[in-house]
Write a protein of this length. Sequence first.
Length: 176
Amino acid sequence: MSDDWWFRYGDENVVWAGQPRLSAALKGVGVGATVCVLAAAAAVFVDSRAGLGGVLGVVAMAWAILRERRTEYLLTTRAVWLKRGVVGRTVRRVGLQKVQNTAYSRSVTGSMFGYGTLTVEVAGGRDLRFRRIDDPESLQAAIVGRVDATDEGVPGSTAQWRSVLDAVREIRTAVE
């Protein structure tokens, strides 16, 4: 993985970096292979020029593989990053203070082979999905640990909150 696609703020360091497993491209590779087989069959039984359709199948397979290889995920001490794109490039940075929740899921094969999808819920924006990553539980724990470390807690002192509670109790008593 290269680090030329993300920028560093001061003392920001990489905590975790990863990519989707190559198996994420299986659906696209399957479609491309099917197109190649159909084009070959058409070339044999219909017209030899139909074999050129196999080029589309090869392009579909290459695109599926490149899409996964050009996707990168990053967790730093300040943010969560996602980069994807084959021809163009999309880079998203979400500061840890904007992370509201995390969740991971595993399919049956993911449970068998140790991969899953981690979803990072973002305040005021689209969620980030880290698809088919190894050990999503560890990444989730790392993100939650970083978010908790940046959490500044509840504003105000205990005495101030006790006075608020007393005022609310007085209002409740007066209403009843």
